[in-house]
Design a protein around this ligand. Structure first.
Ligand code: ASP
Ligand code: MG
Length: 413
């Protein structure tokens, strides 16, 4: 059971969490709990680091920001004990959860679940309450953190280590929706979604889960259940199926739709390099410097050269990196060789996702027709096996998302 920041935001919420856990323990389950810091706490800690030193030492940043989760793990263990449930807190280094040394964005290498499993057996189900977000560097023994939103990943990693039946993510939404319900009121909650689809959704900006947690769930085949922590613990039958979304292997989804969800992001910027020399090494001359500047390039479209000498090349970057990307390209102008650099920040990326696309032809063609009927121009297109993304003018984002949502039969009845 994983509880996010809003679910442990204050003492009252923490008591609520304890009652959710007690319900599962009373139903005869062995439970490991992973907690985030109280809502807003990590932001505050990060801000303190920035105030002390804008270029802080990443190891000390981790020492500071990991503390939020230490507090909530202890408090949840106490709240459980207070209602008669035996519980013990665990910091990342105590299990340990071993990670790489990329401080501030470490990756989990191994979670040792031996002690937890032993205690489930010997201490008749002592609940383990584990601090999310943090681990320990395998070689130096120093505290690391997993990047913002990392407790989701801690939870799935712990679930894999103890061979849990399921990893329940309790959060402030009651599941994964076909698209953002604030934009499309007719968005539906999905009962199930395949790991691969969720991976795309999360990478494309759905903020429900950290991307890495979905990757881990897929690799270790840990079903992840996204559900609300605001339902009254006593109202839930632990043997029934509560409202929520199960992220699982695609084999387990019987009624697979062709399209599962629509994601969109307005944090995009487009750069177009006009009349680039069409010769070997040019793409490297463009994308090499961007990579060195740590600018993430997303869609890339290169035209077939008409005159055999020059071509146009368009790509997108996060809006926040737009200026830097332009500067980087201009600086490399002599090694690239081009006529003009154009750009736009008022663009949005709309993506259509569904495993069914693998076996259905013409899914994207339907979208092109529907958007054309609404006079929405498509600036760039990219596709993969289970999704396609369209770059359009940002002003049409909502219209495009709604149009596609109805087109693929996702609207709530
Ligand atoms: N507390 C950390 C954060 O705010 C980790 C998490 O909540 O998942 O990013
Ligand atoms: Mg989160």
């Amino acid at each position: 059971m994983k509880f996010g920041g809003t679910s442990v935001a204050d003492i009252e919420h923490i008591r609520n969490v304890a009652r959710h856990v007690k319900r599962e323990v009373d139903a005869g389950h062995h439970v490991a709990v992973v907690v985030s810091a109280m809502a807003g706490k990590t932001n505050e800690l990060v801000e303190w680091c920035r105030q002390i030193a804008p270029l802080y030492d990443a190891r000390e940043y981790d020492a500071v920001v990991a503390s939020g989760e230490q507090v909530t793990a202890g408090l949840v263990a106490m709240a459980l004990q207070a209602i008669g449930v035996s519980a013990r807190s665990w910091q990342g280094w105590q299990l340990p959860i071993l990670t790489t040394n990329a401080h501030g964005g470490a990756r989990i290498l191994d979670v040792n679940g031996t002690e937890l499993l032993k205690r489930f057996k010997e201490r008749s189900g002592e609940v383990a309450v584990i601090s999310g977000f943090q681990g320990m560097h395998r070689e130096t023994g120093r505290i690391t953190t997993l990047g913002r939103g990392g407790s989701d990943t801690s939870a799935v990693a712990v679930a894999a280590a103890i061979q849990a039946e399921r990893c329940d993510i309790y959060t402030d939404v009651d599941g994964v929706y076909t698209t953002d319900p604030r934009v499309v009121p007719r968005a539906r909650r999905l009962a199930k979604i395949a790991f691969e689809e969720m991976l795309e959704l999360a990478s494309l900006g759905a903020k429900v889960l950290q991307v890495r947690s979905v990757e881990l769930g897929m690799v270790h085949n840990v079903p992840i259940f996204v559900r609300s922590s605001f339902d009254k613990p006593e109202d839930i039958d632990p043997r029934g199926i509560p409202p929520g979304t199960l992220i699982c292997d695609e084999e387990e989804i019987l009624e697979q739709q062709v399209v599962t969800g629509i994601a969109f992001s307005k944090d995009e910027a487009q750069l177009s390099i006009r009349r680039v020399q069409d010769k070997p090494g040019v793409a490297a001359a463009i994308f090499g410097p961007l990579a060195e500047a740590h600018i993430n390039v997303d869609m890339i479209v290169q035209n077939v050269s008409g005159d055999g000498a020059t071509t146009d090349l368009t790509f997108t970057v996060p809006a926040a990196d737009y200026r830097r990307a332009c500067e980087t390209i201009e600086k490399a102008r002599s090694s690239i060789g081009y006529e003009r650099l154009d750009g736009a920040t008022d663009v949005a990326k709309v993506s259509v996702i569904g495993i069914g696309m693998r076996s259905h032809a013409g899914v994207a063609a339907q979208a092109f027709r529907a958007l054309a009927d609404r006079n929405i121009n498509i600036r760039a297109i990219t596709t993969s096996e289970i999704k396609f993304s369209l770059l359009i003018d940002a002003a049409y984002t909502e219209l495009a998302v709604r149009t596609l949502h109805s087109l693929y039969g996702l609207d709530k009845a």
